[in-house]
Write a protein that binds this ligand. Structure first.
Ligand SMILES: [Mg+2]
Ligand SMILES: [Zn+2]
Length: 192
């Protein structure tokens, strides 16, 4: 067991059209599946952590969200990628849907979603951790979790790289995409 790699979903593993609500628009980012397979073959556990404030904001329904989730998991599974967990945060402090309007402990950059995954495994405290995402909040969350962090250039990655600089938040690596991140993680294990 080498560890666990957490991935953001939208803009990191699949295209991010903004408030994704249509399963037919679930499109893996080129190379993402290949990268995940590489990690999985090398013994890494994989998990996905995704803010979905569109639920709190009434941008889409739970049924739409479930359909997108199912398509996402199915597309990756069909290619041989099995996730330990796929966690969502439906909350937002200024949401318009009552049950999801709150300041939760799972919306990234909070670590609640990762904690939920790790809590399921009694030996997870000893696992190495990585976090791969296209936004500053992904990097911030990874750092809070004690993970090595990678900002990818897909999704909002280019803009967010500027934001990371501005805020003095430094990922351990800036890489082109999830596929490059996977290769980097393999070398990171050998030379941390
Ligand atoms: Mg993202
Ligand atoms: Zn939440």
């Amino acid at each position: 067991m080498k560890g666990i790699v957490f991935f953001d979903r939208d803009g990191t593993l699949i295209n991010d059209p903004g408030y994704l609500s249509d399963p037919d628009r679930v499109e893996p980012i080129p190379g993402a599946i290949e990268g995940l397979l590489l990690l999985s073959k090398n013994g890494f556990r994989l998990a996905v952590l995704s803010n979905q404030a569109g639920l709190a904001k009434g941008k889409f329904t739970e049924l739409q969200q479930a359909a997108v989730h199912e398509r996402f998991v199915e597309l990756f599974l069909r290619a041989g990628v099995l996730f330990e967990a796929v966690e969502y945060c439906p909350h937002h402090p200024e949401g318009i849907v009552d049950k999801y309007r709150k300041k939760c402990n799972c919306r990234k950059p909070a670590t609640g979603m990762a904690d939920r995954v790790l809590d399921r495994f009694p030996d997870s405290a000893s696992w190495s951790r990585w976090m791969v995402g296209d936004k500053l909040i992904d990097i911030e969350m990874g750092k809070r979790l004690g993970a090595r962090t990678i900002l990818v250039g897909t999704g909002y990655g280019t803009e967010e790289q500027v934001e990371c600089h501005r805020q003095g938040v430094h990922p351990d690596a800036y890489l082109h995409d999830a596929k490059e991140a996977a290769s980097w993680i393999l070398t990171d294990v050998r030379n941390p």
